[in-house]
Ligand binder design. Structure first.
Ligand SMILES: [Zn+2]
Ligand SMILES: [Zn+2]
Length: 78
């Protein structure tokens, strides 16, 4: 079975390599306004729709609300 990274479309035949990539894929990095932490998308959502900050004691939720794509932030950065 071939796994395709939904962020960068890179494909993996090795599931473990795919899992590891999901944690490091630069296209999947999110950050939280509430706590300022960065994390991989897969740690923040289970269904790809509802996002919650994986940081303990942080109640940041919502993609585009408290949680943002790092690449979007780069676009907005001066
Ligand atoms: Zn990727
Ligand atoms: Zn947070």
């Amino acid at each position: 079975m071939v796994h395709t990274c939904r962020h960068c479309k890179r494909t993996f035949t090795d599931e473990l390599a795919y899992e590891l990539h999901q944690d490091t894929c630069s296209s999947g990095q999110l950050y939280c306004d509430e706590c300022g932490e960065r994390f991989a998308e897969r740690t923040a959502t289970r269904d790809g729709w509802h996002y919650t900050c994986p940081t303990e004691d942080c109640d940041g939720t919502g993609i585009g609300e408290d949680i943002h794509q790092v690449r979007d932030a780069r676009l907005e950065a001066p």
